[in-house]
Design a protein around this ligand. Structure first.
Ligand code: TRP
Length: 332
């Protein structure tokens, strides 16, 4: 163990399009998580360039992502928040791990298959070795747990295989990490197809409510949410739409589902949807305000990046120097 607590590592893509699903899933966990774990949150700009980026936009989104996470309640004093390319050990370990990762393993990754179908004109080597960079992110910090969405589970499993393979040749090098996939409690579903999880990359903008949507947009999206036949605000197995809206309302207000059902007894779908929209806006508008305040203060954000990178580099250096020694590089 590198720290006094088990380590949690999270990689965050630099995009400002987080949804209220991310918010409700994440914010609830942040304070509790940083008590239980030593937490690293890394904005993965090196992963981002595996698909073509507009440089000015990538830079802007790196600041935005950091600001948004802080605005959502992530305390930079209690967590290590930093940018991947500021800690060169990530790229260095990724190269080493590439030599312990099999072509066949990388070929089986479903994200690689999906992304190479989507970007057929740019199937670059970085896209292919994306998972060994991700393994480097995780293994550098002797990570115990990796909170992820289910789409990243295959990558964490590969990380475990790489760690185990390396440890077999060079015993006691890496901690083998466990994925943590947040359970249904705050699983927020799409507003258009409530059988599906709300996804930040959904092409239907009406399916997702984004943390940065303005108030009117938010309320409009809730008013258009797909609901089920019926007219009562009550949960039911065949009512994914209403179930989802009840969950969202209950997450934003702190009321239990039973309390929500009682509150809206005799009320129609339309009125309920507006209430959900208002409850959401009431919680999210202050987050947006804080986000804008932070974004206007680049100096502060850069201080956070700098402090985070120094802290991360301190831990990363220990692992990297151990790895270098084990594989036979000369350490000066
Ligand atoms: N691949 C992750 C995603 O697309 C981001 C990521 C990069 C990550 N490195 C990581 C997640 C390490 C967890 C741990 O969402």
């Amino acid at each position: 163990m590198l720290a006094d607590r088990p380590v949690s590592f999270s990689g965050v893509q630099p995009s400002g399009n987080l949804t209220i699903g991310n918010y409700l899933g994440a914010i609830k966990n942040f304070p509790e998580f940083s008590e239980k774990y030593k937490c690293f949150y890394c904005v993965v700009d090196e992963h981002a360039i595996t698909v073509r980026q507009i440089p000015a936009e990538l830079r802007r989104r790196t600041y935005e992502t950091l600001a948004l996470y802080i605005a959502c309640g992530l305390d930079p004093e209690k967590n290590t928040l930093y940018v991947q390319s500021h800690v060169p050990a990530h790229a260095e370990l990724a190269w080493i791990l590439n030599c312990f990762t099999m072509f066949g393993e990388l070929s089986r990754m479903t994200q690689f298959k999906d992304k190479s179908a989507k970007h057929a004109d740019n199937i670059n080597a970085g896209l292919f070795t994306y998972p060994s960079l991700m393994a480097a992110d995780i293994l550098l910090y002797q990570t115990d747990v990796v909170p992820i969405g289910s789409d990243q589970k295959q990558h964490v499993e590969l990380t475990r295989d790489i760690a185990e393979r390396f440890n077999q040749i060079f015993p006691d090098t890496f901690t083998v990490p466990e994925p943590i996939i947040p359970q249904s409690g705050a699983r927020i579903m799409s507003l258009a197809e409530p059988e599906k999880k709300m996804s930040k990359s959904d092409e239907n903008e009406n399916a997702v409510v984004r943390i940065l949507d303005d108030k009117d947009t938010m309320i409009r999206k809730f008013r258009r949410a797909v609901t089920d036949s019926g007219n009562e605000i009550r949960r039911g197995e065949d009512k994914p739409g209403i179930n989802n809206l009840i969950t969202i309302y209950s997450c934003f207000t702190g009321k239990t589902a039973e309390e929500v059902e009682r509150e809206f007894d005799g009320v129609g779908y339309g009125e309920f949807k507006t209430a959900v929209g208002n409850a959401c806006a009431e919680k999210i508008m202050p987050v947006q305000e804080e986000y804008r305040r932070l974004l206007a203060d680049k100096g502060y954000l850069e201080e956070v990046m700098k402090k985070g990178a120094d802290e991360a580099a301190y831990y990363a250096r220990k692992t990297l120097s151990k790895v270098r020694r084990k594989i036979g590089f000369v350490n000066l």
